[in-house]
Design a protein around this ligand. Structure first.
Ligand SMILES: Cc1ncc(COP(=O)(O)O)c(C=O)c1O
Length: 459
């Protein structure tokens, strides 16, 4: 019997990939000339190693991007549904953010002192997300790292708990996985010396009995989670999961950190705002300053009071938090513009309506091709998963990944004018995305699924 992946014969996947690689090479002579052998001066030929995680035979060099479109140096205009893996969720260079950046750029970029924009941002964050105390970091990774440190200090406990399959940036203590029911350091970590399982517990998402058991020792400072697991294939919470998670953490004296870096796709106040979640600590990175590196993290009065008490016993000096360029004037100017003028209810209404159109179009294509796949949507974020669903936890999500199949589809979509995220099958709809771009993506996906399944074979 022929080998199959995600319901598709692997020979067809390989044939599609080979055909699409040839098309890509033929159509990108300029990118090939500049990046075909790698970019000189960079390790592995790219400024950041994950730039090689795309399915193209060599990196696609970008000329410019605006709104929901991206132009490469060979002159191809792509409908961009990757949007910088959420960094540009609200479109490339939203005019209000671009103007604020240009204006601030003439007034100094970083001072280590607050600005008028900082005063405005503090109030905007309070109003939008309902938490009273905020700090600004340079990235969501940093915000999570600092917030975990605070959670430990505030509770006097050493451990944290993560859900299997999570990703919260390159935060050491979250790199723990469940393998055959045992917690282990995430495979693939470079230069790892500490056993991360000493201070990190890991249970499956949606597994309330396991969560309750893990919290019962009352040694966990903080549960850190996304409201929906987005960094494996998307895993939605079971009905009642978040209510129970909040009850269990409160009963155990454990803080709850909700990382909304991706799920801010849900609405203007994120998933928490939409579904009434009550985190003790809230983290939001990537798109919050329109694509300028920045993140925010906020916490309750109680966390603030406990933190004050913990700090009172410490000598002055390094807290283990902070980087020099955090909260610089440029990022605060961009963040203010983004919060005030870009992340608006009207923008979200547009994003959500088109995302629903996209999800329905993909579902129709999957049904027509009789593929055992499913589609998940969280606000403006849509994902197709090459396996039956819904998925309930990280282990199921990992098993649902179909690397070569997904890569062939990504490249075929690119050759049809649509860019989607490389790491999983994520598509984001921005305020600038047009219905015609969604239609283009649905048509391309329909064509590809047909080719992968039709009787006479692919391409
Ligand atoms: C949920 C979540 N939190 C945090 C991060 C880290 O963001 P950054 O890489 O910008 O630090 C990511 C990155 O993908 C993420 O998905």
């Amino acid at each position: 019997m022929a080998a199959v992946m995600g319901g598709v014969e692997t020979a067809r996947i390989a044939a599609l990939m080979a055909a699409e690689r040839a098309v890509f090479i033929d159509r990108h002579p300029r990118s090939a000339a500049q990046a075909g052998q790698g970019l000189e001066g960079f390790y592995q030929g790219v400024p950041m190693h994950w730039m090689l995680d795309w399915p193209m035979p060599f990196p696609l060099l970008v000329e410019s991007a605006s709104g929901s479109s991206l132009t490469d140096i060979d002159g191809h205009i792509l409908a961009d549904f990757c949007l910088g893996d959420t960094g540009s969720m609200f479109g490339h260079s939203p005019p209000a953010v671009a103007d604020a950046i240009a204006e601030q750029a003439r007034r100094g970029l970083t001072y280590m002192l607050p600005t008028g924009d900082a005063a405005a941002v503090g109030r905007l964050l309070q109003q939008r997300f309902g938490l009273p105390h905020w700090q600004v970091a340079g990235s969501a990774t940093d915000a999570n790292r600092f917030a975990l440190r605070v959670a430990r200090a505030a509770t006097g406990r050493s451990k944290i708990l993560v859900f299997n399959g999570c990703y919260h940036g390159t935060v050491d203590e979250t790199f723990v996985r469940l393998v055959d029911g045992k917690s282990v350091n995430r495979p693939g970590l470079l230069g790892q010396v500490a056993d991360l399982t000493t201070h990190t517990k890991v249970v499956e998402f949606n597994d309330l009995p396991a969560l309750a058991a893990a919290l019962a020792d009352r040694d966990v400072a903080c549960v850190i989670t996304e409201p929906v697991l987005t960094n494996c294939c998307m895993v939605l919470p079971d009905p009642g999961f978040h209510t129970a998670l909040r009850q269990l953490t409160r009963q155990a004296g454990t803080l709850l950190l909700i990382d909304e870096t991706h799920t801010i796709s849900t609405g203007p106040a994120g998933y928490c705002g939409r579904y009434g979640l009550e985190p003790d600590i809230f983290v939001l990175g990537k798109p919050v300053a329109g694509g300028v590196p920045a993140a925010v993290w906020g916490f309750t009065d109680q966390v603030s009071a406990d933190l004050d008490q913990a700090r009172a016993g410490l000598p002055p000096g390094h807290s283990g938090m902070g980087t020099t360029l955090s909260a610089n004037a440029l990022s605060l100017a961009a963040m203010r513009a983004c919060l005030e003028k870009v992340m608006t209810p009207d923008a979200y209404a547009h994003m959500e309506a088109l995302a629903e159109q996209l999800a329905q179009g993909l579902e129709a294509a999957i049904t027509a091709a009789r593929l055992p796949w499913h589609v998940v949507r969280v606000g403006a974020r849509v994902e197709f998963i090459c396996a039956p669903g819904p998925l309930r936890n990280g282990t199921e999500a990992e098993a649902a990944h179909a690397g070569p199949l997904e890569q062939a589809i990504h490249l075929a979509l690119l050759n049809r004018g649509c860019l989607i995220a490389p790491f999983h099958n994520m598509m984001l709809v921005s305020p600038a995305t047009e219905a015609a771009q969604v239609e283009r993506l649905v048509n391309a996906f329909t064509d590809i699924t047909r080719r992968l399944t039709e009787k006479r074979g692919p391409a």
